[in-house]
Write a new protein. Structure first.
Length: 319
């Protein structure tokens, strides 16, 4: 290729379709364009539109008019119920309206609008989630892909909107890694307004039975646990529906501890059933290590992990 051809190819790679998760435009899954007076044009999941009272609102085209026809006085309450119901069927809508995160390039926290790299991982998760398959993924990521953020936010969506008693584990190479990732989850849960919780009060996250390594979202009875390759005791015999192992490329065999043993312990506490999640992710750390070997096995179809590769040129700052 000539220099001009390379430059043209680079510009083509930068072109992305308009993505608006708040309206649902070009978001995940099969969607239908509808008009609702209170929200304007929406692109809603087809599964959401199958709900009886939602169908009626869409047919009438207004929540206010729906309430008048149904004899419902509290019109604002129905708007809240509509939004909460959409959260269950539309993960990206929940992310962009409820998942408060720290964005490095901005002075203030903001809601999570998934980037191209984050969507690649999120959509891989959702494909298996909605197909009723166990989610089993290995991700090779570039720098600044923010994959720990999207996985943490997905877990929070499940724990605050979908299931009660759905426990999650974050495991890093060292304790601080896992604790920092859990901080993402803490921030999201604590910033969700009370009007969108089960009992009208903001979520509380408290130590579980005095443990610093396990906390619980009290309203949902969902535990958030941390563990590490260096101190693996907290992950053994745990009952987790989601296990997120981060920067696995750094995990090394030491006296009495191997990555293989730790992963076996983590997976031993999970059933291979729908709505369970196991994710290994890391930036590349050379060849011959545990993460590299797991990646090769996944790429060659010798494991149950689905490989997801995120190239550096998908990150705007590098392209």
């Amino acid at each position: 290729m000539t220099k001009d051809q390379y430059l043209k190819e680079n510009e083509l790679r930068k072109v992305e379709e308009v993505y608006d998760p708040k309206s649902g435009l070009n978001a995940y899954g099969e969607r239908k364009e509808v008009q609702i007076a209170e929200f304007g044009t929406l692109y809603l999941p087809v599964s959401f539109l199958k709900i009886g009272w939602i169908k009626k609102i869409v047919r009438i085209g207004s929540i206010e008019k729906y309430c008048e026809k149904a004899g419902i006085i509290d019109y604002q309450k129905v708007i809240i119920l509509f939004i909460k119901e959409r959260f269950i069927y539309d993960c990206e809508y929940w992310l962009c309206t409820q998942a408060t995160i720290k964005i490095k390039s901005r002075p203030k926290d903001d809601f999570l609008i998934a980037s191209k790299t984050q969507k690649e991982v999120l959509y891989s998760i959702l494909d298996d989630w909605y197909a009723g398959n166990p989610v089993r993924i290995i991700v090779v990521k570039c720098r600044q892909a923010f994959i720990t953020t999207i996985v943490s936010a997905f877990n929070m969506w499940v724990q605050t909107c979908i299931f009660k008693q759905w426990n999650s584990l974050i495991c890093g190479d060292v304790e601080n890694q896992a604790t920092n990732v859990r901080g993402i989850q803490d921030k999201i849960a604590k910033n969700i307004p009370g009007i969108f919780t089960d009992n009208g009060s903001k979520f509380e996250i408290l130590p579980f039975e005095g443990s610093n390594k396990t906390r619980v979202i009290t309203q949902r009875d969902c535990k958030l646990s941390t563990g590490s390759m260096q101190k693996p005791d907290n992950v053994r015999a745990a009952d987790n529906s989601s296990s997120h192992c981060t920067e696995v490329g750094l995990w090394k065999t030491t006296l009495g501890k191997t990555p293989e043993d730790l992963i076996q312990a983590i997976r031993g506490g999970m059933d291979d059933v729908a709505h369970t999640v196991f994710i290994l992710e890391s930036s590349p750390k050379g060849t011959g290590n545990y993460f590299y070997n797991q990646w090769i096995e996944a790429k060659t179809g010798r494991s149950d992990l689905k490989p997801v590769f995120l190239p550096w040129f998908w990150v705007p700052r590098y392209s």
